[in-house]
Design a protein around this ligand. Structure first.
Ligand SMILES: *[C@@H]1O[C@H](CO)[C@@H](O)[C@H](O)[C@H]1NC(C)=O
Length: 206
């Protein structure tokens, strides 16, 4: 009986020791310095964009994929921008169908959806260009990417211009529709501007 319980005690002590050891390893393990290098890389690359904090927060969840690779970083920035442009176009398109909007406002929203879908096309083309970057002429592809992403940014700005604050802004259910649309599209434009800055960085540094 006593022999069994001391054996148990030893087993328990070993288990406790083993689990603290593995916790220690998890906290100071091999993976961590890499992860830190990856997030530092994102922060550093984002520091030269127009909206560095948005750049970092939108990309940090992809740190493991990006590692410290500028092509992957730029690709991820374009992917995040495309996803945001697509979902914003869908939201604005739904908002345009709401009751109580003035015809002028419906028209502005529809115009906005149209230019946003152009910007989605331009971003898609850019992502395709990024995917084939290794097997294509680097300078030419980077120049195309600069053209397409600049065009996407211009389209998004066209939309926000149509939703400038004005005293006659429609208020639905306590939410100012113009302000909401504008806020969403401004976010897409900021992501696009950041992606363009990362493309320019990549083009200059090769
Ligand atoms: C971006 O999206 C494309 C298409 O879905 C994908 O093939 C690519 O791996 C993504 N790139 C990055 C860096 O996430």
């Amino acid at each position: 009986m006593e022999a069994i319980s001391s054996k148990h005690l030893l087993t328990n002590l070993l288990l406790i020791f083993a689990s603290s050891f593995s916790t220690l390893c998890a906290n100071t393990g091999i993976e961590r310095p890499h992860q830190e290098a990856n997030t530092v890389f994102i922060r550093t690359s984002c520091s030269s964009t127009t909206y560095p904090r948005l750049c970092y927060s939108s990309l940090v969840s992809h740190a493991e994929l990006i590692q410290t690779n500028r092509v992957l970083l730029t690709g991820a920035a374009l992917n995040v921008t495309l996803a945001s442009a697509k979902s914003t176009a869908a939201v604005v398109s739904m908002m345009a169908k709401r009751q109580g909007l003035k015809p002028r406002e419906v028209a502005a929203m529809k115009d906005c959806v149209e230019v946003l879908s152009d910007s989605v096309d331009e971003l898609r083309r850019s992502i395709d260009g990024m995917i084939h970057l290794r097997t294509s002429n680097f300078e030419m592809t980077m120049s195309d990417l600069q053209t397409w992403v600049s065009a996407a940014l211009t389209d998004e700005n066209t939309c926000t211009d149509g939703f400038q604050e004005s005293p006659t802004a429609a208020t639905i259910g306590g939410t100012n529709t113009k302000t909401r649309v504008r806020g969403l599209v401004v976010q897409v434009a900021q992501l696009t501007s950041n992606a363009l800055a990362l493309i320019n960085q990549l083009a200059n540094q090769g």
